[in-house]
Design a protein around this ligand. Structure first.
Ligand code: SAM
Ligand code: DTB
Ligand code: SF4
Length: 335
């Protein structure tokens, strides 16, 4: 009888932090045979982030609707015809109550969104700073997404203890003006620099499923992966096609395209948190598990994103258990 050799473990395989990725290299990764891509992504992930720990980020829309930007995907833009009506921002207390509930449900990070083109000084910004302080006092990471900001505002957010600022590039520089016309890619990059200069970590990613080409996806990833340092969090969203937006008729992506995007992001940015973001409801259990295996190590956790739905908490707990990954709710449950 022949004895089979024991399986070899790749956990200690090295990974490289590189900031000089070329478009061709990234295209090649996105187009690799799936099994090869998954193997490479998983090897990098196991070496860079051992233990399959998944960060749970809860999301709350503090200021919903009425935004003056014309982002073609967004139900909150005044230029679009969706059913979202503009509302006044939530007050500090109800936001902190929600943050506490998120913490109790096992979240690690609390993300707050404002449907603004830019932050303006005044009462609403002062309230944002109080919310950030309150979230940090609860022992959660705090993330804000609220559009453009000034150097001074970034510094005040840093002083309040903000962990991360989310500001997505959304798509490639080449496709950008077919998705948004009221601001430029350069505006976006300048805001990211201000956030970085203030010492706040960057949460920056994009959306697939808006009719972009493979080259557009590679080009978006190239902008992210040539930032030095890489953004600490990289949310990969797939379009939630909302009625009344110019992209309402877009077909859903093939779930394997999400798997490829996540795997490629993991290889390009080994230490960043790659967040499997909007569009998970359309993915199905197996595709989400493949994404976790390929290196997604964060999800939005909670029944709503900003204005659209997300898998319910119980379903995500089951998913994470079935996948055998570690997340805070499970760890705290086990003492
Ligand atoms: N107004 C701020 C801004 O644009 O940075 C913050 C809020 S904005 C809604 C945050 C991000 O959500 C967008 O940059 C986009 O990537 C994502 N997003 C918005 N609508 C989406 C949709 N329908 N499908 C997928 N992602 C979406
Ligand atoms: C991100 O990349 N995705 C989140 C968060 N950052 C702010 C937002 C997704 C929004 C999906 C559409 C909605 O719910 O309005
Ligand atoms: Fe406004 Fe942000 Fe929506 Fe664009 S994505 S319309 S900036 S809320």
């Amino acid at each position: 009888m022949t004895l089979l050799a024991p399986p070899t473990h790749q956990d200690n395989q090295a990974f490289l932090l590189r900031y000089d990725w070329t478009l061709d290299e990234i295209k090649e990764l996105l187009e690799k045979p799936l099994m090869e891509l998954l193997w490479q992504a998983q090897s990098v992930h196991r070496a860079a982030n051992p233990g399959y720990k998944v960060q749970l980020a809860s999301l709350l829309s503090v200021k919903t609707g009425g935004c003056t930007e014309d982002c073609a995907y967004c139900p909150q833009s005044i230029h679009n015809d969706s059913d979202i009506n503009a509302t006044a921002p939530l007050n500090v207390k109800p936001v902190l109550d929600r943050a506490k509930a998120a913490k109790d449900a096992g979240a690690d990070r609390f993300c707050m969104g404002w449907a603004w083109r830019e932050i303006k000084d005044g009462k609403a910004f002062d309230a944002m700073l109080q919310m950030v302080r309150g979230v940090r006092e609860l022992g959660l990471e705090a993330c804000v997404t609220a559009g453009m900001l000034t150097d001074q505002q970034a510094l005040r957010l840093a002083e309040a203890g903000l962990t991360a600022y989310n500001h997505n590039l959304d798509t490639s520089p080449e496709k950008y003006d077919r998705i948004i016309t009221t601001r430029t890619y350069k505006d976006r990059l300048e805001t990211l620099q201000r956030v970085r200069a203030a010492g706040i970590t960057l949460c920056c990613g994009g959306i697939i499923g808006m009719g972009e080409s493979l080259v557009d996806r590679a080009s978006l990833l190239r902008v992210l992966a040539t930032m030095d340092p890489h953004p600490e969090s990289v949310p990969i969203n797939s379009l939630v096609a909302v009625e009344g937006t110019p992209l309402e008729d877009m077909n859903s992506i093939d779930p394997l395209e999400m798997v490829r995007m996540v795997a490629t992001a993991r290889i390009l940015m080994p230490k960043s948190r790659v967040r499997l973001s909007a569009g998970r409801e359309q993915l199905g259990r197996e595709a989400q598990i493949l994404c976790l295996q390929a290196g997604a190590d964060s999800i939005f956790y909670g029944d709503t994103l900003l204005t659209t739905s997300n898998p319910i908490v119980e379903a995500d707990r089951e998913l994470l258990s079935q996948a055998g990954v570690q997340a805070n709710w499970k760890l705290s449950e086990n003492g």
